[in-house]
Each structure stands twice: as structure tokens, then as C-alpha cells.
Design a protein around this ligand. Sequence first.
Ligand SMILES: Cc1cc2nc3c(=O)[nH]c(=O)nc-3n(C[C@H](O)[C@H](O)[C@H](O)COP(=O)(O)OP(=O)(O)OC[C@H]3O[C@@H](n4cnc5c(N)ncnc54)[C@H](O)[C@@H]3O)c2cc1C
Ligand code: SF4
Ligand code: SF4
Ligand code: SF4
Length: 469
Amino acid sequence: MNSNSVISDIVEKDLCFGCGLCVSVCPKKCLDIKFNDFGEYNPFFCSDQCTHCGLCLKCCIQSGNNYHLDLQEYCDTVNPYHDDLLGKYFQNYVGYSNVDSHRANGSSGGITTWLLEILLSKKIVDAIICVGSNETCKEGLFTFKVLTSVEDIRNNAKSKYYPVECSDAITFVMENNITVAMTALPCLTKNLRLAMQHIKKLRERIKYIISFTCGMGPSSAAAEFICASSGGDPFHLNEISFRCKIDDKMTAKNFAIRCVSNKATDNELVTYQNFFSGLGMALDYRMFSLRACDFCDDVFGEYADISLMDAWHPDYFNDPGGNNIFVIRNREINTLVEEAITRKEIIANVIDAQIVIDSQLPVVDFKRNLIRERIQMAVKANEAVPYVREDLLPYRNTFVDKLRARYRVNTRQISRQKWLDYNKCDMKLTKDLKPLIWKMDMLRRSKKIFSFYSWFHFIKRIITKEVTS
Ligand SMILES: Cc1cc2nc3c(=O)[nH]c(=O)nc-3n(C[C@H](O)[C@H](O)[C@H](O)COP(=O)(O)OP(=O)(O)OC[C@H]3O[C@@H](n4cnc5c(N)ncnc54)[C@H](O)[C@@H]3O)c2cc1C
Ligand code: SF4
Ligand code: SF4
Ligand code: SF4
């Protein structure tokens, strides 16, 4: 690609995932970031001082840099095992935090909150950067924050399936001599690693990157849609909590989404929706997904020091408390985990890489299988595609997979545009998407019937039930 700036090479080609990193690395401070019409963060020029130095592009994986080579080198030096999906890794676990309310207040098993707390309280880092509610005057319900107390870390637990940008937090790190541990989705993790290669201050100050498995990054319209479809007011959404464990009957399959909105009066309206009929449905059908996510091939945050996820595996998801699966790529973090297991602060077992992968099969399918069709579709339509690893390029998808990929791209495009056109009316949008959703469900059913994995777990469940009853 011709090096110019992120605006011409990434934003204008609709490849931006809105992380905000380019804003903080620009030496001329000529970039800022805001929501576009679709509720997706995009950087823009806030002054005409751009010298076309290209630093913003060097820190963005969407620019087509052959970044994998350099980043792979980083992981190779420290880790003994390799898996095509997990990347380089040291050890995998399943479990949960046994400390105070970490688990009850966490998205899954609360291990992330435990780790952030231990890194801060043992003074391994000076501060934590993670995501919490946005109290600045900038738009958006959530943002990255620099935290220096255990209480603040606890108050900012839980996953935010919402656009978040890190420009203020990273600018703070550039301007202050502090060390940090930071949470980041896989795409931002890669951008941070690139920036750490080019900017010494970031290399010295960002000590740990804690990532998550990521199915997709939704626009802010996803939160509005959930609010509207649960009876709330999408024009005045004040708060949203995506992962509420309301009672001990809730498992990883059925937790609640809580929305607080204001229906044109001063009274706040609190509405609830089941995760899998709200956001889960949107995630599954790719409603309100960013176009950049169509070309994301990193399931497990391969370049992070540790990657955490839900234990969405048949052996664990009926546990009402919630569990994490986590992949460790950093020996110091592994030592902290082992010590915590001995002290019973963490209840966790070592697991095989295959269990980690099995827990995320739909994401693996989307990011490593259906991606081939999406790339083909974009190339045929003469649309820009970022760099993806070369082994994904051979094209062998079945007819059914082609349809599954195409329907999801259609859903993404329709939901993005129609949410605007229909003035945030969830019923009109749902009606438009109904035929597509029906087709996707039919294809899923047909695939499930013939899947070895489903039969294997069906039979396993019957046998285990018979043994325990
Ligand atoms: C957009 C998104 C998509 C995800 N997709 C999947 C998936 O497909 N499969 C899966 O198994 N897991 C997924 N996860 C991860 C999962 O939801 C949990 O975050 C993870 O299991 C950690 O749980 P926990 O109980 O340890 O976290 P907690 O102890 O609750 O801590 C979560 C931490 O993450 C920080 N955080 C919240 N949102 C963000 C964000 N957007 N970016 C950076 N940091 C954030 C919080 O500030 C908090 O410190 C996703 C998370 C996000 C944010
Ligand atoms: S993905 Fe991030 S670094 Fe790249 S252009 Fe968008 S905001 Fe900037
Ligand atoms: S090319 Fe250089 S000066 Fe221009 S926006 Fe990017 S980092 Fe800033
Ligand atoms: S799917 Fe990939 S690009 Fe999209 S938000 Fe997740 S990690 Fe980022």
C-alpha cells in the first residue's frame, strides 16, 4: 500500500477498528477520533500539520505491514509450544478467582480482575489500563482508563461489547514515566506491539498486555438495538451492563444484559434481556459488526502475555459461577498463577490446547474458515482488504460455507445502514433481517446434524448422565 496516513489508507477504505492508537502516536498531534454515523470510532485530521511521516501507519496492522513476521519473533523467544490457532504459548488453564467477589462480579471467572489486582498490589506495575464507564465529556459510554487502586479495578470489571478507544490512556503513558499492564482485544494488542517496536517509551512502559478471545467488535448501535429490543429508549441509553449474573441459576448460557435508559422523562427505565437473545444473537449473526472484523484472523489474542475467554465448553458452561479458560504466554504471569493456585486464591487446572480451541469453535469457524469467502467477496467487489496471513488464502470453502459467510456479510451491511435509515427502530430492522436469519438458522441446523463434534458431545452427555444418576 502507498504510505500516506491512516486516514487515506485505512479509514477511507473502511478498514479501521477504531482503537485510537494512531491518535496518540502521531508526533504532530494532528489526529483525533470520534464516532462516524454508524457509531464506529474513526480517526480524523484535527489539524493540517500532517508531515506524512507514516508513523501512524507503521503502528496499525490494517496498513498491510507484514507485521506477523516481527510479532511472531517476539513470541518465539519466550514460549516453548506452538499451535496454529493459539500461537506460541506456555500453559493453558481453566478455572476462576476465589478472591472476594471477583467471580461474582466478573464476566466469566474473574481471573482478569484477579491478575490486574495482583500486578498492581505487588507493585509489578504502577498502573492498570482497562475499560470502564466514560466520565469524560467525549462521546461513548465506555473508554480506556488509567487506574491506580484495587477498588477502581474491581469497579471496572466485566466485558464491554462496545467501541472503546485508547488515545487518552496511551497519551498519558507517553507523557508520564509509569509502567502499566493493559487489557486489549486481539486487534489492539497487535497495534500496541507494533507501536512498542517503533516507540521506545511504550516499549519500556507497557509491561503486560492482557487480551481476550474476540468474536467481533460491535458498533455503539448494537447496544442501542439491545436497549430498544428490551423495551428501553435507544436515543437515551445511559448505562449498559452486558454480563449480569443476577441469580445463581444463571449459567454462562443465560446471563442478563441490563440497560438503563431515559424515556424522554426524568425517570430512568431499567430493562433486562437474556444475553443470547440480545447481544449473543447480534454477535452470532454479525449484526452491527465492524467491516474490519470481517478480515480479523486472530481468535485468541496471539501476541498478548495472557489471553482469557469464557469457558464455553460443554464440560464447564453449566456452572452458574462462571469460568475462564486462559492461555499464558509469559512465564512471570505463569509463576503468579501457580503461586495463587497453591494459596487457593485461584481454583484452576491445566488443560490441553484442544480444550481451549473446542471452547471457541464458532469463533474459529468465523475467523479461520469463513474469512476466506469474505476475502474473495471483497476482492471481487474491488474493495480493500488488509494483510491476512498467507495460509488463509488458498480457497477451499464448501457451498454451504460460502452461503454462511455471505449471509453474515449481508446482515452486517443491512444492520449498519438500516439502523440509521429506520431511526433506531428495532422492529423494522428485525423484520428486514428475518429472511436472512431464517436462512442462517437452517444452514446451522444442517451443519450441526452432520457435525462429528456435536454427536461426540451428545453421546458423552448421555453417558455422563447415566453414570451420575
Ligand atoms: C468485545 C469482546 C468480545 C469478546 N468475545 C469473546 C468470545 O467470542 N469468546 C469468549 O470466550 N470470550 C470473549 N470475550 C471475553 C469475555 O467476555 C471475558 O472478558 C473474559 O472471559 C474475561 O472474563 P473475566 O471474568 O476474567 O473478566 P473480568 O474480571 O470481568 O474483567 C474484564 C476486564 O476486561 C476489561 N475490558 C472490558 N471490556 C474491554 C474491551 N472492550 N477492551 C479491553 N478491555 C476490556 C475490563 O475493564 C476488565 O478489567 C470478549 C470480550 C470482549 C470485550
Ligand atoms: S485501527 Fe486504530 S490505529 Fe488503525 S487507523 Fe483505526 S484507530 Fe488508527
Ligand atoms: S503521517 Fe505522521 S504526521 Fe501524519 S497523521 Fe500520521 S503520524 Fe501524524
Ligand atoms: S474481531 Fe478482531 S478486529 Fe474485530 S474487535 Fe475483535 S479482535 Fe478487533
